[in-house]
Design a protein around this ligand. Structure first.
Ligand SMILES: Cc1ncc(COP(=O)(O)O)c(C=O)c1O
Length: 398
């Protein structure tokens, strides 16, 4: 039965990580993998998470199933984190959600849910987008098309071309937006641009599907949700996939939320019954631990304050690395204008160099990034910044 199966190439990022691990150069730098790292190159467990886990360990009384939606406490707290307290969609009782295994679980559940509502519906994704969007959405049955988003030649948004393409999108079609900290390009929509897109969604009737994997990594928890909240005020129906992997540092615990906003409370109840049925037919119910941590942090003032302080520290480190990188590239005499890196947000940017130059950096300098030249900014530090920038400058010269 399985004999005829051919082997697939390794995931480019995981393959890169394996080569990096085997490299014995003490100066090696990994800018491939998309996890936050501190100055020492560690991905720490947040103190607020440790404290929440300690409390949970002593207070937990059962390991009984939690149900397909996860806990009510988790869902209420996460809906409020994403939409903001008192959002009209919450007040109107039009929001339903489920705790999912990571943001990926949320994307997949919502894609299957959308496919139930309209089989093989078209979903428009940005060019470029996170590579895993394609299988997560496409394998659920949705038909994927792309809209222009980022111009590699000028390292800036192609907003006019994006609007032009999206003009043809109408009712029964979905448009995937990155809420903030766009992966892979780091270029986010401005408030004015969100306004234009919200008006288009309202006028044309397409359904926004927003992926929020980095809330708090750009400007702040609230500022990063600006576009999402505006969109949710403008349209009757919307989907949101939220991830707690990055902002809570809970990557391996797999926790996220699949949220849908409906026209009214009645259709919300019907929709939620379908969404939970999708969950039941997939993994039945989510793992509890990560969701319990998030709920404990968001519902306790002290833990929440500690978490927000730690999140601020991660964000500020990334933002100062961004400005440090621009400065150091200039100092190293790297050919080109890299100021765009400072304007961009979140973990990623395209350096804007060729695949051959990426290969040269790997082979001659043990600096690892994916072929597109996407770099994970948090892989840089005060210790390796000078070496990295000097290497880039040399490669650009050669
Ligand atoms: C754009 C985007 N969406 C969703 C995710 C989902 O992450 P997870 O499933 O680990 O929560 C990621 C993770 O890298 C991402 O970059």
């Amino acid at each position: 039965m399985f004999d005829h199966l051919s082997s697939l190439p390794a995931d480019p990022i995981l393959g890169l990580l394996a080569t990096y691990r085997a490299d014995e150069n003490p100066r090696k730098i990994d800018l491939g993998v998309g996890v936050y790292k501190d100055e020492a190159g560690h991905t720490p467990v947040l103190q607020a998470v440790k404290e929440a886990e300690t409390r949970l360990l002593s207070s937990e009384e059962t390991k009984a199933y939690v149900g397909p939606a996860g806990t009510a406490g988790f869902n209420a707290a996460m809906q409020e984190l994403v939409l903001g307290a008192g959002h009209p969609a919450l007040v109107g009782n039009r929001v339903r959600s489920a705790q999912t295994p990571g943001g990926c679980g949320a994307l997949r559940v919502l894609a299957e849910f959308a496919n139930r509502a309209k089989e093989h519906a078209t979903i428009w994704v940005s060019d470029p987008t996170w590579a895993n969007h394609v299988p997560l959405l496409g394998n659920a049955g949705l038909q994927i098309k792309s809209y222009p988003y980022y111009d590699r030649a000028t390292s800036s948004l192609k907003f006019d071309a994006m609007v032009e393409t999206l003009k043809q999108v109408g009712e029964g079609e979905l448009v995937l937006f990155h809420a903030c900290c766009h992966n892979p390009c780091g270029a986010d929509l401005s408030r004015e641009q969100w306004q234009v897109l919200a008006e288009m969604a309202q006028r044309q009737g397409f359904t926004p599907f927003i992926d929020m994997a980095y809330q708090g990594f750009g400007d702040s928890l609230d500022a990063d949700a600006f576009g999402l909240r505006l969109m949710a005020e403008s349209v009757p129906e919307m989907l949101v996939a939220a991830s707690c992997s990055k902002n809570f540092g809970l990557y391996r615990e797999r926790v996220g939320m699949a949220m849908a906003i409906y026209r009214d409370a009645d259709s919300a109840d019907r929709g939620q019954s379908q969404l939970l049925n999708v969950v039941r037919g997939n993994y039945s119910m989510p793992p509890n631990h990560g969701g319990a941590i998030v709920e404990a942090i968001l519902t306790d003032a002290g833990l929440r304050a500690n978490w927000e302080a730690e999140l601020t520290e991660m964000r500020e480190r990334i933002n100062s690395l961004r400005s440090g990188l621009v400065e150091s590239l200039e100092k190293a005499g790297a050919v080109g204008d890299f100021h765009f890196i400072q304007q961009q947000k979140g973990m990623f940017s395209f350096l804007g160099i060729t695949p051959e130059q990426v290969q040269k950096l790997q082979q001659d300098y043990s600096i690892y990034m994916v072929d597109s030249s996407r770099i994970s900014i948090a892989g840089l530090s005060q210790n390796n910044m000078e070496y990295f920038c000097a290497s880039v400058a040399e490669v650009l010269e050669s």
